[in-house]
Design a protein around this ligand. Sequence first.
Ligand SMILES: NC(=O)c1ccc[n+]([C@@H]2O[C@H](COP(=O)([O-])OP(=O)(O)OC[C@H]3O[C@@H](n4cnc5c(N)ncnc54)[C@H](O)[C@@H]3O)[C@@H](O)[C@H]2O)c1
Length: 453
Amino acid sequence: MPARPRAKGEPGLRIAIIGGGYVGLVSGACFAEFGVEVGVVEADAAKLDALRAGRIPIYEPGLDKLIADNVAAGRLRFEGAMAPALHGAAAVFIAVGTPARRGDGHADLTYVDQAAEQVARALTAPAVVVTKSTVPVGTGRRIAAILRRVRPDLDCDVASNPEFLREGSAINDFMRPDRVVIGTESQRAREVLRQLYRPLYLIEAPIVFTGLETAELIKYASNSFLAMKITFANEMADLCESLGADVHDVARCIGLDGRIGRKFLHPGPGYGGSCLPKDTLALTRIAADAGARARLIETVVAVNEARKAGMGARIIAAAGGEVRGLAIALLGLTFKPATDDMRESPAIPIAQHLVQAGARLRAYDPAGMEQARPLLPASVEYCRDALHAASGADVLVIATEWNEFRALAPARIRQAMRGRIVVDLRNIYDPQAMREAGFAYHGIGRAATLPHG
Ligand SMILES: NC(=O)c1ccc[n+]([C@@H]2O[C@H](COP(=O)([O-])OP(=O)(O)OC[C@H]3O[C@@H](n4cnc5c(N)ncnc54)[C@H](O)[C@@H]3O)[C@@H](O)[C@H]2O)c1
C-alpha cells in the first residue's frame, strides 16, 4: 500500500463525483480517505450494482481496500441518481469520459455536457462545479454557460482540476502528486478546493492556481510532451537498429542529463491507453482551431499510429516472413502493466494483423483478458497463464511488460515452446541470456537483436 498523507481534510466537507470510472473511483476514494464525505454517481447500472455489492469494476492495485475501508467508515457512497449525491455538496467533480470523437479526433464532450446539465438540474444550492475529466480549452466556460442557462437562480462557480494519475499507480499518484493544478477565476472556488486538498498542502505537494484556460491546456500539454518523449525513444530505437547501436544505452545516457530526465524514454510498440492517443489528437485539433497548429504533436500522432500498425509486420519478419499456420503466444494485452485497460492497446492491431496473416494466437494477460475479448479477433485462444500460452507455440511475443513475464525462466519457456523465436516488444529480457537459452531473440533497438540481424 502506498504511503498516504496522514492529515485529514476539513471535517464535514461533502462533495459529489460524477462518473465512477478510473478517475472518479480513485479520486472519490482518495478524497474520502482525506476525511471528506463523497458521493460517487455512476450512470451504468451494472457498474453501480457491482460497486454497491463491494466489487470494483476496474483493476487498480489497492483500490478495493481503499474503497471498502471508506465505505465502511461511512465516507464513501455510490449513487445512481444525482440528487442524493449533490445534497449539501460544496463541490461537484465531473469525471466522465471524453473519448476522441469519431471522424475528427476532437474530444467528444457529449458525456460532459450531459453531466453538467444533470448536475445543474439537480443542485439545490450553489456549488463549485469542477472538471476533472480532460477537456478542451473553453469547456469550463461552456459548463458555466450551461449552469447559467439551466439554473439562473443559482450562483455556481466553475473550476478546472485536471487529473494526472496513472493507471497502475493511481492511488499513490493521487495521494502524492507531483502537482495539483486548479484553474479558476473565483475566490470561492479557490477556497473550497484549497480545503479539499489541505492534506496535500501539509505534505508540501505543489498546488498551482491558474486561470481556467491555462489549467485545461496544462493537461493536454503534459500528455503531449510525454507522448513526444516515448515517440522520440521509439525513433531512436529504429535508428539504433539501422546503425548497430543500443537504444538502452542511448536512452539511459541522454536521460542522465537532468534537463531531459530518464522517465518515458523506453522504446516499445507505440503508446496506447485511454489518455495519450486521444489527448495528443485533441491537442492537434485544439491548436488547429486556434490558428496555431501544433505540428510537432501532429507528427507524434502520425509516427505513433504508423508504429503501432507496423508491429505485426515486424513480428512476421522475425518469424521469417510467413506466419500462416504458426502458433503465436501473445503475452500481455493491456496497454501497460498493472491495469485491465485495453483502450488503444498496441496488442489490438498486433493481434488483428497476425490473425489476418493466418497465425493461430494463444493469448494471456494477468488482468485484461475479459476486456480484450470484444476487441480482439474471435479466433484468439485465451490461456490460463504465460507458460500455457507458450506451450506448443512457434513464436512468443511480449506485448506488455507485466512483472510476471520478467520472472519467467528462459529454460521453462524454451521447454514449453515448439519453436524458438521470441519477439520482445518491451525489451524485458536480457538478449544474451535468451540467446544462451537457445532462442532466436528479437528486441527493440538493440543492435545484437535486430529482427533481420
Ligand atoms: N484513465 C486515466 O488514467 C485518466 C487519467 C487522467 C485523466 N483522465 C481523464 O478523466 C476522464 C475520465 O476517464 P476514465 O478513464 O475514468 O473514464 P471511464 O470511462 O473509466 O469512466 C467514466 C465513467 O463515467 C460514467 N458516466 C458517464 N456519464 C455519466 C453521467 N452523466 N452520470 C454518471 N456517470 C456517468 C460512465 O458510465 C463511466 O463509468 C477522461 O476525460 C480522461 O481523459 C483519465
